[in-house]
Structure formats: structure tokens, C-alpha cells
Design a protein around this ligand. Sequence first.
Ligand code: PEP
Ligand code: MG
Length: 582
Amino acid sequence: MTFAVHGLAVSRGVAIGRAVIVAASRIDVAHYLVPAEETEAELERLRRARVAVSDDIARVQKSLAEMGPADAHPELTAVLDVHLMLLQDEQLSAGVRHWVVDRHYNAEWALTTQLEVISRQFDEMEDPYLRERKADLEQVVDRMLRVMRGETSPMAAAGVVDPARRDSEDPLVLIAHDLSPADMLQFKQSVFAGFVTDVGGKTSHTAIVARSMDIPAVVGARSASHLIRQDDWVIIDGDAGVVVVDPSPIVLAEYGFKRRQGEIEREKLSRLQHTPAVTLDGQKIELLANIEQPDDTVAAIKAGAMGVGLFRSEFLFMGREGQTPDEEEQYRAYLRAVEGMQGLPVTIRTVDVGADKPLDRAASRSDDHLNPALGLRAIRWSLADPSMFLAQLRAILRAAAHGPVNLLIPMLAHGAEIRQTLQLVAKAREQLDAAGVAHGPVRLGAMIEVPAAALTIPLFLRHFDFLSIGTNDLIQYTLAIDRADEAVAHLYDPLHPAVLHLVANTIAQANAQGRGVSVCGEMAGDVTMTRLLLGLGLRSFSMHPSQILAVKQQILRSDTSKLAAWAQEVLNAEEPAALLAD
Ligand code: PEP
Ligand code: MG
């Protein structure tokens, strides 16, 4: 039966594929498709894992039996019996076999997929005793996964999906309750044609990464992961924020047409790659790229970016179980980005973890009872651990010896934070000098993403070479809206007059002093905002490479001499959105 689920449109385009439902806690198992000739080997891996876990349980049962009656644990013996029974369960093994043989899933993926299917049946059971057996099943599956982890290839162990291994015709779309930014990174090279998550806001980092991957995505779709079943056909309309499940042939044909139209539109835009971004009245506009990893520079160059305006370095730190990358590893990553940009400037932002970008899942859970967006994130986190911060600063300064680098500091609000940061930058240089290690000059920039900063711009202009407005957080903190919370997503308003005033004020003061200012939040890549930002005097925009050509198209059609007065009207309007629609 066809039905639709509504969420937030976060990454454009249409994707059509079979649903792959993944529980958040199981994201980090490998997901790849095995060629037909290797399915037998996958089944054999499963069989060996099952035997190993059974043997293990049998061993424990034996030692329990050898204990005296005083030490025997009848409950434990009963649990182990249940586990053994579940391991032999026909529904589990037949289901897993189906996913491997018919769908070509790798062993771990097949196992967790079938776990999802059976878990739902457990959830629906009336009998509380039987319902609780779900936890036993999860334990059994976890043990098998652990056994298999010792046998998987390094690529599979890293959870990387290799498109070259695709052997099935049906495209796949991923449906999850939640995906952390680190999970999303794992899927960057993936077989998935689109994403749907139950939670998340428009500028949540999950949404941002989906945009950077340039694949259709809908977030905040509430109960999508419960309503959609494994293997359902699903259409993701990333423009409208709609997910159509089990579509009729007519609906499928309609969306197929829409998808092709989108492809034609992209093809047209691609012709603008080498066109300079100059307005009708001759104003040159700088279009920069936001990247998460050094390899993203390929897309940046392809889109004609004039540099990297924001390298979110925290993505190098995530999903590593709290182990931060050392100076050498960071240096190599920054160097790759610098080399990738072929002489164009690279703006490296120091680590911005915390809030919706936890280092790992355990950290995110421990934050549950607090308000992480207001906690120890970004520069606060760095200043709390000076040796970690110094290692990052040294790595960035070393990379600057190989090409133009800008050093950008996130979330500053206090004069004391600015002073401490600058002292640490100077100290990092001294350390490199003392060790005789080469380093280069950097332009120093501050992110303006807290209202306190936007209201004290002269302080920032005294200490920094340039400013970069992080509108995602500036909106969140100005309007007291958690950017990752879909329940308040309707209040997340880039056009709120308070937000516009802070943005306008920052641009005007930086321009008045001839200092560089750009916007690197999602507002910069939103084509409906391009004319307004130009009218407010912005000449530098940083966004995901996938958005650059569409924004350039707007710029080529704009006349800034006519936009300035209009932008002031928008700024003072009670309903700015109404003026923008004209
Ligand atoms: C922002 O806040 O606008 C920004 C660019 O930083 P991030 O989205 O990484 O918090
Ligand atoms: Mg930010």
C-alpha cells in the first residue's frame, strides 16, 4: 500500500531504491554487496561464527555444570539455553540466507538486517517475557558480529562500502532513526542513493554531510524507520521533503521524470564551471568550498571554487573512539588539502566537536542529560586541552609552509578566549622553531557564530585578519533553537530580523575596515538568500561544492547596485520573507 512520510528537505534531488533499515547502534558494521560467486563464502563465514558462539556457550555451560550446587546459577543456565536456541533459530538463519543469496549483502549486514526484521516481531508480542527475548537475540547477534570482526577484510572492518563490489541492479536507500556525522562519513563512498532519518534539523550535521555528498536526503521524518520495512521500494524527494513508500507505477514514472529533469538542470549548470562569478554591474564575487575531508578538494576544484572557505577539521577526529589524530596524521591531512587546492587558499577551522558532532557515540550518549550546544564545544573544547590544541595548531602551521592557509577559530565569544588562542598560536610557532621544523604564515580568522561575537565586532577586527559568519550556529544561538531538533525546526528562521541584523552588522563593520568577511553557514549555499547577502555587501560565500554553480547562476543575474537599497528594506521589514519572495 502506498503511503507518504513527511520530513525536512535537506539535500536536493530524487532517489528511488529499496529500503535498507539500519539501527543507529549497528551503523558501524560493514555494508557492502558481494558478487554472486562470493555468497557461498559469506554463508560460510556466518556458519563459522555461529559454531564459534555455540562452542563458547557450551564451554560456559560445562563450567557451570562443574560448579557445586552452591555456585550454580540456574538463571544463567536458562539464559544460555535460550541463546543456544536462538542461534539455531530457523527464522534467523533462513532470513540471513535470503539477504546474502538474494540481495548479495555481506554477512554482517545480512545478520543485522534480519535482526531488525525479527526485532519488530518481538516488539509486537503481547507476552512481556517473549518481548524481552529481543535483548537475548541482540546479544547473540552481537557475539556473532564480534567473532566475524576478527575475520573481515580491513575495508569491511572499517565499514566502508565499495561501489565496485556492486552486483545487484536495485538501487538502495538508507533509512535510519539517526545517523551521526561520523556514520555519514562511512557512507560517503557508499552504494546508497539517498538517506532518510527520523531525527535531525535542516542544518544538523547529518543534513550538511548529505548535502556535501550531493545525494537526496530527508531528515526529521519522525517515525519513518518504523513505518518503512526492510526492502520496501521508496522514493526520496529531497526537494519537497517527502518519502513515498511502495509507490504505484504511475507515481514511480512521475518521479522518474522529475529525476531526469534534475539531471538535465545539473548538466546545464555544469557549463558555468569556468565562468567567473561576476555580477551584472561588474562586482567580482569569491565562491569558496566547505569541505570535511582532504579528498573533498577534488569536488571543490571541479565546481570551480576559488579556495576552501571552511575545512571542518573535526571530521578527522570523529568515529575514532576518542583517540584524537596526532600532529603527524593531521599534518598529512592538511597538506593533502593544500596540495589538492593547487595553490588556492585553504581555510582550516580548528576542531569543532561537541553538540551534534560528538567524537564518538559513547560521548554523545553521556551528553544526553545536558545541553551540549551550550557546553564544552569548539574553541572551548580546544582551550580545555592545550596540548591537543597545540598539536593541531602545529600541524596547520606546518601545512602552511606548502601553500596559502588561513587559520579559522570557531565559536569565540570572549576576549579572554581570543587572547588565549592567540597566545597558543604564538606558542605553537615557538615550538616549531625550537624543533627546527618548517612552518608558514597564516591569515587568522574568527568565526562569528554566537550573538555575543556579532555584537562585539570591533574586538574581533582588532585581533583577526578576517571574519567568517557561521550562520548555522548564529541562528541557533540567536533564536534559542537547537539546530538538530526537528521538533523546533519550524522556528529555525534564517530570515528572522534579529539574525539578519547580526549578519548585516558583521558584514558592514568588516567592509568598513576593508577586512575580509564571508558567510560559511548553509545560508551561503541557499540560492534564495544570494541576492539578499549581495545586497548586504557580502562578496565572499563559502558552501558545499555541490551548491557553488547554482549560487553562481544567481550571481551572474544580479545587479548589486540595485540590491543594496532593497536589502535595507528587507532588513527593516516585519516579514522579511514576504519581500524575498517578490
Ligand atoms: C556554522 O555554524 O554556520 C558553521 C559553518 O559551522 P558548523 O556548521 O560546522 O557548526
Ligand atoms: Mg558552527
